[in-house]
Design a protein around this ligand. Structure first.
Ligand code: HEM
Length: 505
């Protein structure tokens, strides 16, 4: 570091620390960088710091809601993701929505927003969730509850692993219209497509964290080590998706039904219907898989863990689910869960518990833009052309200036306060997305938020109604690993017990 400085709005200039002191502090905090940044942001008068590391791009990190609103909305045009970001992800994501700026982004956003708001997609998602939960997720937990292998007479399950497999199957079925079967007990190893995504995402996360981009760029040019592996894994993904596009087109040509062949509602098929070029479709669906895969499983992993720590909240969530189930007791339509999207919208306690989980453990821990031109943020921080500007969800969730003195506590009250009482809260629980940018905010806000909440609620209801999960190591507070999307270090190993007698799910 040349300097770490905390920014001030009143013209006092940033506070600088001596070069050596800063380097030492960085070294000392290398295993707890997120918390260290959070502490520095909390100590800054405007919750903004400037990191000026020797040989690296000047970086403004902010947890200030006015700055975040300015970056994500007020001066949106000046804060694209930028080439340094799109370079890192470009080999995998190509020109998919997640990885482009300007006109290319705008055109995709329009198309994709339309698709995401379509009733057909919501119906498909609910059908996929039901099938995946009933056929795979619940039987996997049932099997664990049946096997007296672990402590207390129940088998140990890594919930993080189970939830990641589940999420990959769901997002593949919704995006590609195929079921990779990650949770299928008959498949001993992860399907090739899932492992290719895993490996590629891991290598790309390391690219993003590399102190000097030139190193991975040289390795890529020479096809060495991890970069060679990445190239091979991306090839597997690209070929699999292209094969699907071609076979789907053939199928469409052969099927001649009354709808003109439009028999599938997955995103890939719908994009074929819209007449997009094969490579455009490929890049778009890869972006959806990346965006929709590990985010929900990360949030759910922390959610289940937090409930084991907060039994009163667990009881409140269960009461709400049971009350909703009672309303459906006489339904003949009950196939599996019996809940529909309307029910999920009414579940305020569950919504609050999920929102509160993501406040403390956001699936995307930070997000960076690159300034197209010089600017001054609302708190007075100067931004130079090309500077990296990072808003920091993890730190914002823990800022007392935003959440009050009990910011560190897991408490649903902040979401269930009378001001937010309405029979159906909106997806952010009524809190400004610039104070709580877990799904980003402004024109580029997450397109899958509704879908994500539906999925998380579906899984929470299905699992909690039937099973009691308890961590194998009750005393452990797991570490938060921010990677491309956040993980729980070491997974979430739990024992599974049935709450009710075994019956057909
Ligand atoms: C708890 C779950 C989720 C969280 C916390 C989340 C969060 C985010 C965040 C922070 C961004 C902005 C990232 C960036 O621009 O670099 C984003 C973008 C996006 N998300 Fe989500 N997401 C979730 C689930 C989903 C799901 C299930 C989908 C569905 C496929 C999805 C689709 C997208 C898309 C397409 C974008 C790009 C939007 C654009 O650039 O215009 N997300 N999400």
């Amino acid at each position: 570091f040349k300097s770490c400085s905390s920014s001030s709005s009143h013209g006092h200039g940033p506070r600088s620390y001596p070069v050596i002191g800063c380097l030492l502090a960085f070294y000392e905090n290398r295993r707890r960088l997120l918390d260290w940044y959070t502490e520095m942001l909390a100590a800054s008068p405007t919750q903004t710091i400037v990191v000026d590391r020797l040989g690296a791009r000047r970086t403004v990190v902010t947890a200030n809601p006015a700055n975040v609103e300015h970056i994500l909305k007020g001066n949106f045009g000046n804060y694209p993701k930028g080439k340094p970001f799109t370079d890192v992800l470009g080999d995998l994501l190509g020109k998919g929505i997640f990885n482009v700026d300007g006109e290319l982004w705008h055109a995709q956003r329009k198309l994709v927003s339309h698709e995401f708001s379509a009733r057909t997609l919501r119906e498909l998602e609910m059908a996929v969730l039901e099938a995946e939960a009933l056929d795979r997720l619940l039987p996997a937990l049932d099997a664990a509850a049946d096997h007296p292998a672990g402590p207390g007479g129940a088998a140990v399950v890594d919930m993080q692993d189970v939830l990641r497999r589940f999420a990959f199957d769901v997002i593949s079925r919704v995006s590609l219209g195929v079921d990779p079967g990650c949770l299928d007990p008959a498949l001993p190893t992860a399907p090739r497509l899932a492992s290719a995504f895993d490996t590629a995402a891991g290598i790309i996360a390391r690219r993003g964290a590399a102190p000097v981009a030139a190193v991975w760029k040289i390795k890529r040019a020479l096809a060495l080590g991890s970069e060679r592996r990445l190239r091979d894994e991306v090839k597997v993904i690209h070929e699999a998706v292209m094969d699907l596009i071609r076979s789907r087109k053939k199928e469409r040509f052969l099927v001649n039904d009354d709808n003109g062949g439009a028999t599938r509602n997955d995103l890939l098929s719908r994009m074929i219907e819209c007449g997009y070029a094969d490579e455009e479709i490929r890049d778009m669906v890869i972006s959806f898989i990346m965006a929709g895969r590990d985010t929900t499983s990360s949030a759910l992993t922390w959610f289940f863990w937090l409930l084991t720590r907060h039994r009163a909240v667990e009881r409140d969530v269960l009461d709400e689910i049971s009350a909703m189930a009672l309303q459906h007791a006489g339904d003949s339509s009950e196939g599996g869960e019996g809940f529909d999207l309307e029910d999920f919208r009414k579940m305020r306690v569950l919504h609050a518990a999920l929102s509160e989980t993501m406040r403390l453990y956001p699936p995307v821990a930070w997000d960076s833009k690159h300034a197209a031109a010089g600017d001054v943020l609302p708190d007075g921080t100067r931004v130079g052309r090309g500077d990296r500007v990072t808003y920091f969800q993890y730190g914002m969730g823990r800022m007392e200036s935003i959440w009050g003195p009990n910011a560190a506590h897991f408490s649903l009250d902040r979401w269930l306060a009378p001001s937010s009482t309405s029979s159906s809260v909106d997806a952010s629980g009524g809190v400004s997305p610039f104070r709580y940018p877990v799904f980003q905010g402004g024109p580029r806000t997450c397109l899958g938020r509704e879908m994500a909440f539906a999925q998380m609620k579906f899984v929470a209801c299905a699992v909690l109604r039937r099973f009691e999960l308890r961590p194998v190591d009750e005393g452990r507070t797991p570490a938060f690993l921010p990677l491309l999307t956040a993980h729980m270090d070491g997974g979430l190993k739990v024992t599974v017990r049935r709450r009710v007698e075994k019956k057909q799910h």
